[in-house]
Design a protein around this ligand. Sequence first.
Ligand code: F6P
Length: 492
Amino acid sequence: MYKDFQEETNVNNTPQSTEQGATFVVVANRLPVDRIVGEDGEIDWQTAPGGLVTALEPVMRQRGGSWVGWHGAPDEEVEPFEHDGYTIEPVPLSAQEVVEYYEGFSNATLWPLYHDSVAFPEYHREWYEAYEVVNQRFAEKTAQVAAHGATVWVQDYQLQLVPRMLRELRPDLNIGFFLHIPFPPMELFDQLPWRVEMLEGLLGADLVGFQVPGGASNFLRLVRRRTEHRVDRDRAKLVGPDQHTCVARAYPISIDTQGFADLANSPEAIAEAEQLLADLGNPSKVFVGIDRLDYTKGLRQRVRAMGELFSEGTLDPHDTVFLQVATPSRERVDEYRRLRDDIDLLVGRINSEVGGVGRPPIVYLHASFPRATMAAMYRIADVMIVTPLRDGMNLVAKEYIACNPGLDGALVLSEFAGAARELRQAYMVNPYDLNGMKEVVMKAATDSTQNRRRRMRALKKQVSENTIDKWADKFLTDLDAKGDMGKDTNAG
Ligand code: F6P
């Protein structure tokens, strides 16, 4: 079985599973590991991509319980198994459901709509029908594995109907929901033909968490406008036979800060970082970008801005490199294919026009890497560039702060990432403003040591004080308290 960098198992030793079922259950579209069948038929398990898994894996390792999710391969039934101190409960998806529920409704309807419509959302009735069917399957599986009165934590936009479906099956459960991506304003959300169903689905939870307060207030405004339920400050009191209260608040997600720092400071990561630098020709400045290959990440704009800095001579390709990693993602969705072609073309054009024989100015890697290699990349980044057009949080920004040794690194961060609300000492950019982005990138690269250190000190303090444990504790404590979570509201 695949093991990652932290091997402690259920360190608080709380039994989260009994013969009657699990008392703590996480439900997410993906499991933390994907099942990969090689060409020779051999089965392998790999860490699943994305911030959700990075964030929740340490929570599960610490608390134990069950993780209900899809194992990443179509048309395959997989038996439950133990992994790092908790139980994996696979939910199967047919190949058709992968097309309609996952690639279609989740990633070609909701994903672009919730990210400011930076790509055009497509609406197809059969995609929504598949979404309903799959959400019902997740709800049924969860109802089977959860003990009486268990705490169930449903994750993300792929499963927004699950809270309500689950409450219908199991009213005894304590149901939380967390949205990892932005929740859009009414002006956009209203396009969705199934907007009421989506709101009612989420309202099945006792507590709905968002990355930023604006997400919670968008949601509450929509509930007030589009449903008959009564909204009072940060909560909706449901009208009808089931009169529970659903609270909506912001819980900005974070990372296992110490785990990342330890990984980056391990002898293996240090050696790998040295090797990487040598492979890059020991440049004097290293700019790094690490993203899933997604059109929300602002890659087109970033590559163009960096290309211009090289071509106009502001950056010298002989002693500067821009290392951009793009992890393959949702490769069968049209927008992602187009993006891949565009980036290949852009990088190829820049590299053929700038520089000479030898290492190109932009080293572009379209591949997934183990976490230790990512940590080595964060170590060598003098300037880390994180420029999404819209992002729920962006954990890469936080990982960089945790991993970069000393105080001399610099983070360039988009105003449109949820992380910008917390990481205020980053060098902020509007990724749509190419000249502005070029100026800020250069300021980050050439700022005085004193300024850079002052900023990095504040950033390191932020991520070491706000960890993934704190995030999970806060959410789950509020969920346990159900409606009595104090009078403060942060939905504004
Ligand atoms: O963080 C958003 C998210 O969609 C997660 O739900 C998901 O695990 C991750 O990005 C990666 O996406 P996918 O599961 O589609 O590869």
